[in-house]
Design a protein around this ligand. Structure first.
Ligand SMILES: *Cc1c(COP(=O)(O)O)cnc(C)c1O
Length: 367
């Protein structure tokens, strides 16, 4: 057998330890996971009700066109129905884009560090990945532009950026888009857009009128709290959507995902409440960092990247023993940091108390 050479040595995705396993290993009764930027408040009650109503409906294939959800999303964001493509999570749309646009002898440009799935999927397609480091967890858009050539097919803007939480503002994004050559697809990954409070965050939907080479990615996994159901979508001009449609497996979203996402869209109050709690939660972390003179990355998302001046693995291990699962920065390109998802007020208080203990037992080295 001969697999594609680019698959040799490619690591599989390492998910965080399951909660049950951590409980057993450390003899804990309560374990809280603040590692995957999930919504600590779950999802709108309308979601469970919609799934319950569909519970008997298991024998029939889902609607491959996602007509119900398509209409809801189109109305909600003010685009035409033929401007949408749905994925099994926006992860799957990243996969469609790479399958459709990348091959050996092409390249793709990303920020560094950024969301891991762009590089992984591009690598599987045999494309060259040009990772452009930016200052302070930010995108260096000018350097990304300079990395584009005739063979470039996709450039990724993760906004806000995962894992840093930093964002590209309206002026910078629009200036960038105007300079990207028309043969290159620009992907604006807006997985955390609901949480954004910055007033100068780009409004990308209106830009679709002018730019045929723009694709916007959104997801129901984060603020909407539907990570378990896997629903994300892409918005672009209809011609670009038609390119992706044959790449999409015909029944890629379940019926339950369709009805759940449609129900979630009807509860604006739930999202508003979660966003408000998230903003307050971020203040808890920022206050903590300032008190302890820890460097943190200014975030627009539902997570915060904090520099603890020691290996992120050390922070991870310390918290794990006490029943908190977070992400070490070691695997995220910020070795001395930890990325913590904002939890409920009480969860944030608990984890910050433990972090205070950690700092007291071994203070940050003054640099
Ligand atoms: C979480 C995340 C996604 C995708 O999540 P799905 O669950 O696949 O929709 C995409 N991009 C970024 C930057 C993310 O953090």
């Amino acid at each position: 057998m001969q697999a594609k050479p680019q698959l040799h040595g490619l690591p599989s995705y390492k998910p965080g330890k399951p909660i049950e396993e951590v409980k057993k290993e450390f003899g804990l009764t309560k374990v809280i996971k603040l590692a995957s930027n999930e919504n600590p408040f779950g999802s709108s009650p309308k979601v469970a009700e919609a799934i319950r109503q569909m519970a008997e409906n298991t024998a029939v294939y889902p609607d491959g066109y996602a007509a119900l959800l398509r209409e809801k999303v189109a109305n909600k964001i003010g685009v035409n129905e033929n401007q949408l493509v749905f994925g099994n999570g926006s992860d799957e749309i990243i996969q469609f884009l790479c399958r459709a646009f990348l091959s050996p002898n092409t390249n793709t440009v990303t920020a560094h560090p950024t969301f891991s799935q762009y590089k992984l999927n591009a690598t599987i397609e045999g494309a060259e990945v040009r990772e452009i480091s930016g200052p302070d967890g930010m995108h260096d858009l000018d350097a990304m532009l300079a990395a584009i050539d005739e063979q470039t097919r996709i450039v990724w803007v993760c906004n806000p950026n995962n894992p840093s939480g930093t964002y590209v503002n309206k002026e910078a994004f629009e200036r960038f888009l105007a300079q990207v050559p028309s043969h290159v697809l620009v992907v604006s990954d807006e997985a955390y857009i609901e949480y954004v409070t910055a007033e100068d965050y780009p409004e990308t939907l209106p830009l679709l009128e002018k730019y045929n080479n723009l694709m916007i990615l959104r997801t129901f996994s984060k603020a909407y709290g539907l990570a378990a159901l896997r629903v994300g979508y892409g918005v672009a001009n209809p011609a670009l959507i038609s390119i992706l449609d044959p790449v999409r497996p015909p029944f890629n979203n379940t019926t339950f995902a369709h009805v759940a996402a449609a129900a979630a869209l009807e509860d604006d109050a739930f999202i508003a409440e979660c966003v408000e709690k998230n903003t307050a939660g971020l203040t808890q972390y920022v206050t903590f960092c300032e008190k302890h003179q820890l460097r943190y990355y200014p975030t627009q998302a539902n997570f915060i990247l904090i520099d603890f001046g020691r290996s992120g693995d050390e922070v991870f291990d310390f918290l794990l023993k006490k029943g908190f699962i977070i992400r070490s920065g070691e695997a995220l390109g910020f070795p001395t940091c930890a990325r913590i998802t904002v939890g409920s007020k009480e969860q944030n208080e608990e984890i910050l108390t433990i972090l205070e203990e950690m700092l007291a037992s071994k203070p940050v080295e003054q640099r």
